[in-house]
Design a protein around this ligand. Structure first.
Ligand code: FAD
Length: 470
């Protein structure tokens, strides 16, 4: 094992969203910082993710004449999550988000001109406080890497890429005093921050901690839960399994899970009035398809077998209504029905059931019942928009898979982001922030727009500015 005599003030495990921010602010506080990164580049999930962030009371909102406050944002986090967030952590994220956002903008974050907006695919906020850049997450990564580069040039930060952290150095009293990394390196530090992201790059760990398969291959591939294992081995524990929520579905390439993503159907009634019906593998409808709440639709899908449903329609609907897959043309749809595994076309309802694997009796009964409701104008599930019956062959179905591309479960920390034992005692010298805290702490059992990337950045800033002890 090779080591140097140097004692770092802060060792940052993972140079992504949270880690780069923490490193920058700690360096500005005068710390000697070491960033250890498993990948051969910095940026983490921001290199693959949307990087949509939410913040209230920002300078940009003020310039645009938008009245918004952290209190209003906080009330909405509670409303959307139905109070299921960790109140201490989520409040700290919300009340410090504007300062983080303003700092990003002041340092070159290229927010798109139409931002902020109130929503994008998730349950809408009531005020526009949702932002992103022209290169999605990379717009943020560019700012963070540039700031770290400056601190590196000034000799306050050292970065080692392709240097995966493998273990923690711990004293007999439990205090963490450094890490092991790579094949045989040891680094000693006064505080260690676990900011190595989530576990959604590891199908095995995903299933182990949530009990649900990792359906979609979209997470950053280096985020395989190592930080969790280190935190638990040091005495910490995981929480939030019960908060798992799937989104309302992606079209995946295949059943070889985790599968790459093909696209998503436009299931947003405010955006594309819904003509079709949604059925589960029993052929049953499970939600009024024009239900306005994304969160209600997602929670309804959570109760369906394999978190899966098919959007079913007929030729007349296909001809009359806009293409259902977001950003696709009708020609692309036709091609998909000819050669994509998740797109089905059949001359009869029975044949459609056989092709999709949906229960044939259930599907036939559901379509008949829906057609009667449509004719009578009264739907048993309360749907109001029913422009056509499903009655003209050929019949079509598109399979949608509910999934999550982030990590619900997280390492338990206290209000100062110190990793804690089950009895609540912090492990001296060990901190955690970012996705490793689990989506369940910051969003509860809902998807609350921007409440992953923004808290990762904000907690990184707070750790660097004041929480990390050195
Ligand atoms: C496709 C996608 C879209 C998303 N879109 C949004 C969105 O629009 N809004 C939002 O709020 N959230 C979004 N998220 C989630 C959000 O981006 C992440 O939760 C957040 O960026 C995670 O930040 P982090 O610092 O915890 O992890 P990361 O930014 O991933 O950084 C972790 C770093 O640790 C490194 N690492 C891993 N293991 C080790 C190890 N053993 N040693 C050293 N380094 C290690 C990784 O290589 C990585 O660089 C999205 C996620 C995905 C996958």
């Amino acid at each position: 094992m090779s080591s140097t005599n140097q004692t770092w003030d802060a060792i940052i495990v993972g140079g992504g969203t949270c880690g780069l921010t923490a490193a920058t602010f700690a360096a500005r506080r005068g710390a000697k910082v070491l960033v250890l990164e498993a990948a051969d580049e910095l940026g983490g999930t921001l290199l693959v993710g949307h990087g949509q962030v939410s913040a209230a009371g920002t300078k940009l909102q003020a310039q645009k004449g938008i009245h918004d406050t952290p209190e209003m944002h906080w009330e909405e986090v509670l409303r959307i999550s139905k109070g299921t967030v960790d109140h201490d952590l989520a409040r700290m994220a919300v009340f410090n988000a504007a300062a983080t956002f303003d700092w990003l903008v002041d340092h070159g974050y290229d927010v798109l001109p139409f931002c902020p907006v109130a929503s994008y695919y998730h349950e809408p906020y009531r005020a526009p406080r949702y932002y992103w850049g022209k290169d999605w997450g990379r717009s943020i990564a560019k700012v963070l890497v540039a700031e770290v580069d400056k601190e590196q040039a000034a000799g306050r930060i050292a970065v080692k890429t392709s240097m995966p952290v493998t273990g923690l150095l711990q004293q007999p009293d439990g205090a963490v005093t450094g890490v092991t990394a790579g094949t045989d390196r040891r680094f000693v530090g006064k505080s260690v921050l676990l900011s190595a992201g989530g576990y959604a790059g590891s199908p095995d760990m995903f299933r182990e901690v949530t009990g649900i398969p990792l359906f979609a291959k979209m997470a950053y591939r280096h985020n395989v839960g190592v930080g969790y294992r280190l935190g638990v081995a040091a005495g910490g524990y995981l929480r939030g399994r019960e908060k798992y929520l799937c989104n309302f579905g992606f079209i995946l390439e295949s059943d070889a899970f985790p599968s790459p993503f093909t696209g998503r159907c436009n299931t947003y009634p405010e955006d594309r009035p819904i003509a079709e019906i949604y059925v589960n593998s029993r052929g049953q409808r499970f939600i009024r398809e024009d239900e306005p709440s994304v969160d209600m639709r997602e929670h309804a899908l959570m109760k369906q077998p394999d978190l899966r449903y098919w959007i079913v329609f007929d030729q007349a609907m296909f001809d009359q209504f806009p293409p259902m897959v977001v950003d696709w043309t009708k020609e692309q749809m036709i091609a998909a029905f000819a050669n994509h595994k998740m797109f089905y076309r059949a001359n009869s309802v029975e044949e459609l059931a056989a092709r999709t694997g949906i229960d044939a009796k259930g599907l036939a009964a559901t379509i008949s019942a829906y057609n009667r409701s449509q004719a009578g104008g009264c739907d048993v599930l309360g749907r109001t928009h029913m422009p056509r019956p499903i009655a003209s062959a050929p019949y079509y179905a598109i399979r949608n898979q509910g999934c999550s591309v982030t990590s619900t479960v997280g390492l338990a920390v206290d209000a100062n982001l110190r990793v804690v034992r089950r009895d609540g005692r912090p492990i001296p010298g060990l901190y955690a922030a970012g996705e490793i805290l689990g989506a369940g702490q910051l969003q509860g059992d809902s998807f609350v727009g921007g409440m992953m990337a923004m808290p990762a950045l904000t907690f990184g800033k707070l750790l660097g500015e004041r929480l990390l002890a050195f």
